[in-house]
Design a binder for this molecule. Structure first.
Ligand code: HEC
Length: 287
């Protein structure tokens, strides 16, 4: 009975803490410095980000945790981020041990904010790409090329001695040798294609914009059908952006600095680069 009571007490206490955090406005927008490009297994990845309470005030003194999980397994990795640089800016080094698709999030203040999935590639396979590949079939092709060459030389010698079949031998030798070289040259390419690791394909502007919409924290304040399914927490402070289209000129101005576009703007400039802005415009206008 005592145990049940203390469990009840604990539940109540936890519930109260959550309520208090919510009442105190326990939410923040996390904005990743940049999208991680291609990530290789076991290679340290530097991650930097800003934490802004209510998407506005840089929040210091937090101990954000980055958690990554490998899809289709129970493998997960967690690291603690530390304050670095500007107020509200944090950094961490994340090392993902295996190739595959990793889902990850950052928990700083309030609910964890999901980040766009990372495709991690295998370094061993990536390195193999530049190494010459030899194989038995390659050897056979070269052997055929060699025999063909001997045929050519033999034919030429015979030609000198005016043997009748000499010209035919030269032609046959050239053909065999040529075919051998061509197939030998093809070999490494064929092998490469077979061994090609799962490489992240080059994303389109719209796909980049989609990932930035998540990584920069836009989806916390803006509903969008393309990102709502991975969003765990949203405040819908700004308008739903699913069906919005606007001129690139206007969006460029807005995303660079909302207050310059509209004096009453509540949305903050998030320090986006020009390239990031172009990708976001492609994503916003893609409907
Ligand atoms: C802290 C919340 C917040 C975040 C984060 C945020 N926005 Fe906004 N956004 C708003 C609000 C609020 C508005 C409505 C206009 C205003 O008062 O600022 C808005 C308006 C907009 C508009 C419409 C502008 C117009 O004139 O109608 C676009 C487009 C937009 N945001 C894109 C983005 C993108 C892209 C990101 C991420 C890089 C982003 N927002 C991040 C709050 C936010």
């Amino acid at each position: 009975m005592k145990r049940i009571l203390s469990a009840l007490g604990l539940t109540l206490l936890l519930a109260m803490t959550f309520t208090i955090t919510a009442l105190a406005g326990g939410w923040a927008v996390i904005t990743l410095d940049e999208l991680p490009g291609e990530v290789a297994a076991n290679q340290p990845l530097e991650i930097g980000f800003m934490v802004r309470q209510h998407g506005v005030t840089p929040l210091e003194g937090q101990s954000p945790v980055i958690t990554a999980k490998l899809a289709g397994s129970n493998k997960s990795v967690s690291v603690l981020a530390v304050e670095e640089g500007d107020v509200g800016h944090y950094a961490a080094t994340l090392t993902l041990p295996l190739a595959g698709e990793w889902q990850w999030n950052i928990e700083a203040f309030g609910a964890p904010q999901p980040m766009p999935a990372l495709t991690v590639v295998d370094v061993a396979l990536a390195v193999n790409k530049s190494e010459p590949i030899t194989s038995n079939s390659n050897f056979l092709s070269l052997l055929a090329a060699g025999i063909g060459l001997i045929g050519v030389v033999g034919g030429l010698l015979a030609l000198q001695r005016k043997v009748r079949w000499a010209a035919a031998l030269v032609v046959a030798g050239l053909l065999v040798s040529g075919a051998g070289f061509v197939s030998a040259a093809d070999q490494p390419k064929a092998e490469l294609e077979a061994k090609e690791p799962v490489v992240a394909s080059i994303p389109s502007q719209v796909e980049l914009g989609h990932d930035l919409f998540i990584a920069k924290g836009c989806m916390v304040c803006h509903s969008h059908t393309e990102t709502n399914r991975i969003r765990e927490f949203g405040v819908d402070m700004g308008p739903d952006l699913t069906n919005i289209t606007a001129s690139p000129e206007y969006l460029r101005l807005w995303l660079k600095d909302p207050s310059a576009a509209k004096s009453t703007a509540q949305m903050l400039a998030l320090g986006l680069s020009d390239a990031e802005i172009e990708a976001l415009i492609a994503f916003i206008n893609d409907n």
